[in-house]
Design a protein around this ligand. Sequence first.
Ligand code: ASP
Length: 579
Amino acid sequence: MLRTHNCGELRLENQGERVILCGWLHRSRILGGMTFIDIRDRYGVTQLAFDEQKNADLCMKVRSLGREFVLQAEGIVRERSSKNIKLVTGDIEIEVTDIKILNHSKTPPFTIEDNTDGGDELRMRYRYLDLRRNVLKTNLELRHRLSFLIRNYMNENGFMEIETPFLVKSTPEGARDFVVPSRMNANQFYALPQSPQTFKQLLMVAGYDRYFQLVRCFRDEDLRADRQPEFTQLDCEMSFVEQEDVLQMFEGLMKYLFEKEKGLSFGDFQRITWENAMKYYGSDKPDIRFDMKFVELDCEVKGFGFKIFDDAELIVGICAANCADYSRKQIDELTEFVKRPQVGGNGLIYIRYGEDGIKSSIDKFFNAEQLKAIAQKFNAKTGDLMLIMAGNKAKTRTALSCLRLELGSRLGLRCGNAFAPLWVTDFPLLEWDEETARYYAMHHPFTAPKPEDYSKLFTHPAEVRANAYDLVVNGVELGGGSIRIHNREMQNDMFKALGFSEEEAKTQFGFLLDAFEYGAPPHGGIAFGFDRICSVFSGAESIRDFIAFPKNNNGRDIMLDAPANISSVQLEELNIKLK
Ligand code: ASP
């Protein structure tokens, strides 16, 4: 070993010991006749001290060393005269007797500090330097601990980790696939898996009744802060279970993670049906760290000659407690907010329940009595502000949901160290798409309808509910799954409802339909976004910095400069002609 200790472990108890440390030159400073270097590794920082009077040559040598040089320092541990309480090694320093340069370093393009001067792009290009910073190191340590805890829990509960292939077949459902041309099969392509869904179901047919995998998945989608083209799932499947069994098992997992990592314990997680989630929060992933539920107003406000209300499919509002003193400017700001294209609202109506009575932007149409009745519907008290939107049902709900979150943030109700887990259940099985004028599976085509709704599959498809569930924490969808279809007839019906011909279903999913004829057990499962679990546990919004080598928002790896061109020889082998 080139070192006796790491840079984070020496304490006063080690005083007098001769030690050897290796690490990177973090910072150096000269104070009179003394030179100090902070040497850094994964474990921490230790101060090296050089006394000009004792060893002038050594002192000269270290003054020429640059930031991020790799050093090996030998010396004696001694108590520091001015201690640094911010450092765990801050009571001691090493009186260095010998120092070796293990490697030189160019001056790094940004400082390796918690608050670095490097921009996003630069840090992505030199990701290996960015990874030296505490922020990223802490994130990756959290990720490691969580993956370890997950494997532990799954193992304790009898789950087997089984790997499934990365070179699979493209299927039209779901997101867009990444495809890989096959050299040996001209003009044919593999796809990278969006999830191991069909494989884990086949594993159930094979009898591996408790499966899990921490697995990379690939989706060629437009990117957002909480999305990466390749990301990691905790993918799970169980046989001989009903929905309740799956919920219990994975509620258990989340409680285990919260307890081990955060020291937090929870009672039973709250549950809400999809229908109520949409009605009360306008979202299938509500942040329930704060209340501010939607209040629907149709009966109270229609028929008073106010066209916006009279023409609306839905009139719905929220009540912001103690916000009646919001200024005109603040309300205008909120109105601008809801009108943004990403939010999609067409305006905002307010009712102030002030000390001096009720005032609103619709005074022309509603008298004090009527406004009071509306306020009552909101359960508003003096000091509250009611904000109302009207229009198309789905759009209005989405926009008001954005406003609810915005207000929650402004009012400090969404702080990072509170956790509010929630199961959303009873999702619709199918979702209508205007553009292609057909139904799509809301979860995926292998999700089972609720038995009591099955008979409506062809008569009232939109009303069929699924045995599907999501786990939401703080408004982030951490995982989702379902009880699966396990017999061929029902799976055939599902494909039919999705508009597949028998032939199409056979070509695309024949292997699964066949398997269902060889004794498929009842089964169900769930998959969690592992990167998201990490970001939510540390209160961060983006998953990017919980991945060692992520892509940027254009799906590029800036460090590798990928994607990139390939040689004409490669293209020829793959039978690809570029335009
Ligand atoms: N495979 C599904 C997904 O990736 C999860 C599941 O149903 O287990 O969303």
